[in-house]
Design a protein around this ligand. Structure first.
Ligand code: OAD
Length: 257
């Protein structure tokens, strides 16, 4: 007898099938749940989530960084180090395998700032919220307006955070904080992919943070089928044609095989 779960999986595979034969047919949006089985905590889990333990305005806003740069720098440095001890899970590998088997079909859009998709092989993943392994300067270099040399990372003085030896500018993590705009190239590429795909597959996001959360609805309004993979309800389940209740590392290998 066919089980409920396998019937749902078969239905999802049928929904997905037409997308796999088209260039740009499949757009995948991932969130923190994608990396949960690699050992990286999500943000909004009631017990283990970062935002259950810390105030996001203190650790993930420009104001929080200016108020206590050392604390914020150290928190990101620890997350950066922790991330380097983790490995892509079976879900990351399933997406990378798909990209290899069907070149040009998949556009992978992630809200994650870790590099697990890239390490699995999806080196062209669109990073909506930046990259925790990159740094950038907090302020525009004041000397640039005067036509002088701009701050250089090579010349940065060690510290927590490092600072420019010439003007005192601080290095900050290269992630997008609350209240900041997403990198323009990344969000417009993601919107293009959402508007032109046949299927939008959303994995491991609560759908609480915009504009990323709007991509599923955008895809649906442009005629795509929307499929969500998440062990728990999300704020965008209403946009889905089908929801698979399961984890990234268990569902994606079966769905994309
Ligand atoms: P959240 O922490 O808000 O949501 C994680 C989602 O993953 C939840 O819906 C969980 O049910 C689901 N989940 C947990 N374990 C899973 C698993 N093994 N497989 C699949 N899903 C699982 O994380 P995001 O939605 O990514 O912003 O959060 C969005 C943004 O808010 C993040 O990018 C971050 C944060 O503030 C920035 O860093 C700018």
């Amino acid at each position: 007898m066919i089980s409920h779960a396998s019937a749902e999986l078969a239905q999802a595979r049928a929904l997905l099938a037409p997308a796999l034969g088209q260039r740009g047919g499949l757009c995948v949006l991932t969130g923190a749940g994608m990396s949960a089985e690699s050992g990286i905590p999500a943000f909004r889990d009631a017990l283990t989530g970062y935002w259950a333990q810390f105030d996001p305005m203190e650790l993930a806003s420009e104001g929080g960084f200016r108020a206590n740069p050392q604390r914020v720098w150290t928190w990101y440095a620890e997350r950066r180090q922790g991330g380097q001890q983790t490995q892509p899970n079976a879900g990351h590998h399933a997406l990378a395998d798909l990209a290899r088997r069907r070149p040009g079909v998949l556009t992978l859009v992630t809200q994650n700032v870790d590099d697990l998709h890239q390490r699995a092989g999806n080196t062209d993943a669109i990073q909506l919220h930046g990259d925790i392994l990159q740094d950038r300067w907090l302020d525009p270099c004041p000397r640039q307006a005067r036509g002088g040399n701009v701050c250089s990372t090579e010349g940065a003085q060690a510290g927590q955070p490092p600072r420019c030896g010439e003007c005192g500018n601080l290095l900050r993590p290269g992630v997008v904080w609350f209240g900041e705009a997403l990198p323009l190239g990344a969000i417009s590429a993601a919107e293009q992919a959402a508007q032109h795909c046949a299927v939008m597959l959303v994995v491991g996001t609560s759908g609480a943070v915009w504009p990323a959360a709007g991509l599923a609805g955008l895809a649906r309004r442009h005629g795509a089928q929307v499929l969500i993979v998440n062990p728990a309800p999300s704020e965008i389940d209403g946009q889905a044609h089908q929801v698979l209740r399961g984890t990234a590392a268990t569902v994606l290998p079966a769905l994309l095989a």
